[in-house]
Design a protein around this ligand. Structure first.
Ligand SMILES: Cc1cc2nc3c(=O)[nH]c(=O)nc-3n(C[C@H](O)[C@H](O)[C@H](O)COP(=O)(O)O)c2cc1C
Length: 177
């Protein structure tokens, strides 16, 4: 297993649950992304978890991603939208766009995360023609991340670790050729 640094930005705890499931799978613990940006030096893989805000990574995460350089990166997120939706996929692309120079993004994972009751109550007051009132994810995210999501996150982390191992072997082989 590689040396992982798992950094997570989570306000209502959804992304933190995913981070903890991944951390347990790779034998580490996740660190909160607070006002002081954590140190990422020395890790083989820096996994960064965030919640979606306006269709992209939350601002704290965007700042942290931009500070990374010369490292292997795993991106993971939770969001109201369905994980296969264009919205969720584009958000991961936007996060990747923020990553600093010479990084290798080895894998990405995302799943739905329940929207807080306070946000749902605000949404309920929006006019009918507001584009947000049509997004079903705000309702279907209820109960996520669930046990299946956490299991998937743990499996994902193990696979990402193996992926890097294969990549390293391939690079080594190429160097010898
Ligand atoms: C201010 C705000 C903006 C949000 N924007 C989006 C968004 O653009 N797309 C989306 O799918 N979910 C959005 N969400 C839902 C959260 O990303 C989702 O509930 C997430 O799981 C919260 O993660 P956390 O519990 O780790 O804080 C938003 C939530 C809030 C409160």
């Amino acid at each position: 297993m590689h040396k992982w640094k798992i950094v997570v930005s989570s306000v209502t705890g959804n992304t933190r649950k995913i981070a903890d499931a991944m951390a347990e799978a790779v034998g580490t613990s996740a660190v909160d992304l607070k006002d002081t940006l954590p140190e990422a030096e020395g890790a083989d893989i820096v996994a960064v978890g965030f919640w979606l805000w306006r269709g992209g990574p939350d601002p704290k995460t965007a700042e942290f991603l931009s500070k990374l350089h010369d490292t292997n990166v795993v991106l993971f997120a939770t969001h109201a939208a369905d994980a296969k939706s264009e919205h969720a996929v584009t958000a991961l692309v936007r996060a990747a766009y923020n990553v600093g120079p010479d990084c290798n993004i080895i894998a990405t994972f995302s799943c739905q995360g329940q929207v807080s009751e306070a946000v749902l109550a605000r949404r309920a007051k929006l006019p009918k023609d507001d584009p947000h009132t049509k997004s079903k994810g705000w309702i279907t995210s209820k109960g996520h991340p669930n046990a299946d999501d956490l299991h998937e996150a743990a499996e994902f982390a193990k696979k990402a670790d193996h992926k890097l191992e294969l990549l390293e072997k391939f690079i080594e082989k190429k160097g010898q050729a």
